[in-house]
Design a protein around this ligand. Structure first.
Ligand SMILES: C[S@@+](CC[C@H](N)C(=O)[O-])C[C@H]1O[C@@H](n2cnc3c(N)ncnc32)[C@H](O)[C@@H]1O
Length: 247
């Protein structure tokens, strides 16, 4: 993977902007925002409601349990963010719109790689039964964080922001620790150890204490391969996360 872009711009459309305060201010993501490497703006979907009480959901046509987020507030929000497809004459930097959805493509390193190439991202978080299907006309990609259903798209959006951020140079202090992580290449990471050297008869592999960098590097490569074969052999068969091995 080439070294990716060095700035990330993300707009998030949500009914619950307050949910993001911890994940966006703490730890590496918080630092990346403070350094200006990552710019995240939160937009409350209720601000785009046509209803004076800020209501954005309604009952389903056809009946049945649960509410649905209406199409108008989503359209108005995307319009304000210049995220609607522009007529031919006004083609510009339209942001790439992602709808976090359990029905989307399962998130993996391949998808992260392709998202890092976009100039700007808009993340759309659903809630209730989801969003009126007509809003999918302006969605470029649906992304899922796994085959289970959460109450809203906020946690998946946070997962996406976090996973994308650490692939931007400058967010994680040492770039090498990103490239050695699981999934950066088509394999898992090696095992890691720290002090003490011995705990309850459990010893750290001798080679890691040897100071011989060449041997340590060789051990780590072997251990990473063993981890991959043991825990995720599919990575070796498919050619890596998000890739299909060509025959
Ligand atoms: C209760 S879910 C709606 C599920 C929808 N009725 C379905 O079964 O496909 C509400 C919202 O949570 C978000 N969501 C739930 N699970 C998700 C997942 N696994 N990945 C990404 N987003 C998810 C989506 O934004 C969705 O609109």
């Amino acid at each position: 993977m080439n070294r990716p872009r060095n700035r990330l711009e993300i707009d998030i459309l949500t009914l619950f902007p307050g949910m993001f305060s911890g994940p966006l201010t703490e730890s590496l993501v918080g630092k990346a925002r403070a350094k200006g490497i990552l710019r995240v703006r939160l937009h409350d979907l209720r601000d785009y409601s046509l209803d004076r009480h800020g209501k954005v959901d309604d009952k389903k046509f056809g009946g049945g349990a649960g509410m649905v987020i209406q199409v108008e507030p989503v359209y108005r929000a995307l319009k304000e963010l210049k995220a609607l497809p522009a007529p031919r004459s006004r083609r510009g930097r339209k942001p790439f719109v992602v709808y976090l959805s359990p029905q989307g493509a399962p998130l993996n390193q391949g998808i992260l790689r392709s998202l890092l190439k976009k100039d700007r991202l808009v993340l759309l978080c659903g809630h209730y039964e989801g969003i009126d299907e007509r809003a999918m006309n302006w969605v470029d990609q649906e992304i899922s964080i796994g085959d289970y259903v959460l109450t809203g798209g906020e946690l998946p959006a946070m997962v996406l922001v976090d996973a994308l951020s650490r692939l931007v140079p400058g967010v994680v202090k040492e770039w090498e620790s990103v490239t050695e992580d699981s999934f950066y290449e088509d394999r898992l990471d090696c095992s890691h150890f720290t002090r003490p050297k011995e705990f309850l008869d459990l010893k750290v592999p001798e080679v890691l204490l040897s100071g011989n960098h060449k041997e340590i590097a060789a051990w780590r490569r072997r251990d990473a391969m063993n981890n991959t074969i043991r825990k995720r052999p599919d990575l070796l068969l498919s050619g890596g996360p998000g890739k299909e091995k060509s025959s």
